[in-house]
Unconditional design. Sequence first.
Length: 351
Amino acid sequence: MPAENATAVRYPVPLRPGDRIGVTAPSSGVPDRLWPRVEVTRAFLEGEGFDVEIGECMHTPSQVSAPKEQRAAELMRMLTDPDIRAVVPPWGGETGIDLLGLLDFEAIADAEPTWCVGYSDTSTWLTPLTLRTGIATIHGQNFMDTLYRTPVGVAHWLDVAGSAVGAEIRQQSPGRWRSTGFDDWAADPGAAEYHLDQPGTWTRINPGAGGEPVALQGRLVAGCVETVSFLAGGAYGDVSGFADACAPEGIIHVLDVAEWAAYDICRALHAMRLHGWFDRSNGILVSRTTAPSAGDLSQHDAVVEALGELGVPIIADVECGHVAPHFALVNGALTTVRFSTAEQSIAQTLA
């Protein structure tokens, strides 16, 4: 099905000091012991001149922040309120898929576009929002990541959301990553340094890949494999329909691998391929991950096993997932990826 009410990608107006940012948890909420992180982040954004609205659906009565009807209603209100210019969940979660059928994508498409930001389980509604409405979204740092100072080459979501139509956003691998997982925000709610302790650059993994430079172009579609794999082939994961309506240039796919072992990732990617997720692919970027291997099957092997037959470049260990640092990438934007020993970069034009 073509993207609803959209023939070209639409970009929200640039986020500026004085604008209101809505914070809600469409999936998992924040436990009391981590609530100081919410308050410190709110204070930071207010210090930058933004008005921050913390929603009602933000706590942890269960694995989700509230009943699905309440979460969907709060998200819809924020997405259609012209006074709210960005919606940023605290983080992802587990079962946010339950609110998809309650979201009115036609009403969202008819409203003034709002910047939506996040990754992990946030992909479950954020990626369909772009696919179904043609409105650009940001696969990037969550609200709870907002305090972190991004290293040289990595854009902060505030800067990306502050970009005007026609702007180019260029990011490149800093050549280092964090192996120690997430900070203890209960002990240090103001943590703001990533402490990238390991060297590491991108890796081309598709079969027969030589050492020649790679340049990919297309419109970007990103998502967390553990969540969007369940959408492939259905009304909320129609990548080919989005390509028909908004991306005749083809698609650059971004895959965030969070925690599944290699066998599970391999099965999920096979399913996505069989459901047509990659039919318009010009190339694939896969996140760096600390998820485990399975027997002799590594995470790289799992991707190649499932997607190697596509015949497109596959580049792994990209800063687009759960391992810090995290690029802020615009779903729907015109994108050029360059990979060589001298350059590993992503340039996006909001056009």
